[in-house]
Design a binder for this molecule. Sequence first.
Ligand code: GDP
Ligand code: MG
Length: 431
Amino acid sequence: MEHGKGVQVVRPGEGAQRYELDEEALRRVLLRQDVRGLPVVVVSVAGAFRGGKSFLLNFFLRYLNASRESQLTGRWLGKEDEPLTGFHWRGGCERDTTGIHLWSEPIITTTENGKKVAVLLMDTQGTFDSQTTIGQNSTIFALSTLISSVQIYNLSGNIREDDLQNLQLFTEYGRVVSNAQDKAFQTLLFLVRDWANPFEHPYGLTGGSQLLRRRLQLNRNQEPELRHVREHLHSCFEDIKCFLMPHPGFCVGERNFDGRITNLNENFKSELLELAPSLFDPKLLTPKVISGELVSAEDFFEYFKKYVNIFNSDEVPTMGTIFQATADACLLATTRKARDLYSQQMEARVRDSVSVSNATLKAWHEEARDQALRRFTENRNLAAQADIDVQFSELTKELDTLLSFYLWNNDKKVRDTMALAAQVYEAALSR
Ligand code: GDP
Ligand code: MG
């Protein structure tokens, strides 16, 4: 049994507010003591209703929660008669609402180089609209693409023109930040379900890359907008892949199908065995990076809030507003890192109950402050120089205020030591 549950963190709002963020729920997932400081790998599965998204995510949960040995032998797939649990699937009684669900328990795992990361699984539900480029219905797709490090675009049967349309915002955004050293987004995986032409293109990543190459080819008959998407997609995402998944079998149409693997077609199972490691093997995990920096769970919390906000304004989000929100959150994250560095440096030196001269303390403070400020300026930041300058002077002021706290504490230690000495002296006298 998987530990945890799917929690809805974004739901459709009422009135002027298009989306409502459940900040408390998000906080509970991300700001847990053992998670908040870890880099996050954010894997989202997005696409239309009843496309088998939650079903698939539950196999990912099995892979992630399995021992390394089971992962390597394929035993992670589960027992033959084990019902599939985790994110709610099978639709039916579930209300047809768009939104984002997160798995309540981030899975802590290690990358190839031994670094701990927290894997977040995101179930993104949306109905897709082919008319508008970034209409009401595809905004939730846009939001999940912005916040994930791996976006799995769950499609039924094939990659169609409409499906590419949903990517337009990203290629526009990519153009705005194209002078940055890093690509704006990380992995995009087109996941084609119920692939029916394995003789033309085989299942898995191999056939997927053949199909993708064909779909992204340019020709004169294409709409100018979609030509643009095709031309620029590769400059926005670091990695674009496609995976062709077979049909799971007749079982999915049966009323009492509970997801046990004994009912699944052999080729579906063997493709699952290829798909999960291609995303979650320690060598292949993709931690979220913004502006060249790893994003920790607590920074991710800030980005998440900022991005939901953009999609809440009356206007259709533009590259400008997305860029601004990213820059703002990036500045916050950089400030936090600098502030943490200062505290670490000071705490390492200032020991409990031992006082030092004020001059020594001031020297320590200056050293820690300068290191923190250097850390702040070294960071590649997306924000405008003027915003960076304002933040720099605010951070300087804030750190300098902390000195008075350390001085006061130091004084207190002197006073406590003196008081203690007086007590000892009096006790000795009275004996
Ligand atoms: P979601 O709305 O996209 O999250 O879809 P669910 O995961 O709830 O699955 C909806 C239905 O599709 C269930 O009855 C599943 O058994 C079935 N299903 C799961 N995977 C697949 C698939 O690859 N192909 C088809 N045709 N059905 C699937
Ligand atoms: Mg679902």
